[in-house]
Design a protein around this ligand. Structure first.
Ligand SMILES: Cc1cc2nc3c(=O)[nH]c(=O)nc-3n(C[C@H](O)[C@H](O)[C@H](O)COP(=O)(O)OP(=O)(O)OC[C@H]3O[C@@H](n4cnc5c(N)ncnc54)[C@H](O)[C@@H]3O)c2cc1C
Ligand code: FES
Length: 283
């Protein structure tokens, strides 16, 4: 069992937790993830490692309540325990040698971008962070980003806070204005990452995207997380859990990934409604 040491609500639907998991904390790197189960009979879900404190043995997760398992997790309090917490899984983000980097995060995936920005910043890189949210009520981790980047651009779709627009608005302005980066990293909704790739493409800057498809075993065995990379006209199948989650943004077949991501929508909706009814009954 794994104890929840701290719990903090970041906004209406996003929760941050520190889990006591010393073996995971000892090896965690930016870009990696864990697979957890809330209860012994629960579903396994992947969540990015959003931070770690090796001395205290803590691993930070930041998750949005979107369905049955994240709802169950959000109901747990500090001091309670969860059944399983396996990791670190996946490959770490490649940061070696990067001097000038732009890290882009959208919505809850800002939690994926943060440890990467922090790692690059600690390695001495000049980090520009761009984070976008639907509106002011969804903004998370602003203070943490301002401590992990030389400059921070924050956007909201509706203009209720900071700059109106999405993450590509300041990104395009910076690039058009002559800013150049050794690399751009993007994490967020598939449509957002595709938008970042298209914005950066004319400038020939490498773009790495963090792919979060449906994962089941997280070990490369089930094929649930497969995605297609297209390079020099050749199609190549990859598994996000073992080959990623980071991939070359220019090679990812986003259109296929978007279709695959919608495959389980009806089933998940039904499971969420069942869990909501369960919590209402238990209130
Ligand atoms: C490598 C990776 C890292 C992730 N990191 C984070 C994170 O840091 N914070 C966060 O809020 N979310 C993250 N996710 C998404 C998170 O796993 C899903 O939100 C979660 O599994 C939803 O489970 P649920 O039962 O609450 O909702 P469900 O009702 O089961 O699903 C809601 C939506 O979540 C996604 N999803 C569902 N099951 C899975 C699964 N097994 N694998 C991947 N996606 C799934 C689907 O898009 C689905 O439409 C990550 C996903 C991956 C693959
Ligand atoms: S989750 Fe099963 S192969 Fe990646």
């Amino acid at each position: 069992m794994y104890r929840i040491e701290n719990k903090r609500k970041l906004n209406e639907t996003v929760t941050e937790m520190d889990i006591f998991a010393p073996l995971v904390a000892a090896k965690a790197r930016a870009g990696q993830f864990v697979i957890l189960r809330v209860d012994g009979d629960g579903e396994r879900i992947p969540l990015t490692i959003a931070g770690w404190d090796r001395a205290k043995g803590l691993v930070k997760i930041v998750f949005q309540t979107v369905g049955s398992t994240t709802l169950r997790l959000s109901k747990k309090e500090a001091g309670e325990e969860i059944a399983d917490f396996v990791g670190p899984l996946g490959r770490e983000s490649e940061t070696a040698g990067l001097k000038k980097v732009c890290v882009v995060g959208g919505g809850v995936a800002a939690a994926i971008a943060l440890p990467l920005a922090r790692t690059l910043f600690d390695e001495g890189a000049d980090v520009t962070a761009i984070v976008g949210f639907r509106s002011k009520a969804q903004v998370i981790l602003e203070e943490e980003f301002s401590r992990s980047a030389a400059r921070l651009y924050l956007t909201t779709d509706d203009g209720s806070y900071a700059e109106k627009g999405n993450v590509t608005t300041p990104l395009k302005r910076l690039l058009d204005g002559g800013a150049r980066f050794d690399a751009v990293f993007a994490s967020g909704p598939l449509v957002m990452m595709k938008g970042v790739v298209e914005t950066v493409r004319p400038f020939g800057i490498p773009v790495t995207v963090s792919m979060n498809p449906i994962m089941i075993d997280g070990t490369g065995m089930c094929g649930g997380c497969r995605l297609t990379l297209i390079s020099d006209g050749k199609r190549q199948m990859k598994f996000a859990c073992v080959d990623g989650p980071d991939f070359d943004g220019y090679a990812v077949d986003f259109d296929e990934a978007i279709v695959r991501n919608k495959m389980y929508t009806n089933f998940e909706r039904a499971a969420y409604e069942r869990a909501c009814r369960l919590f209402q009954v238990n209130k």
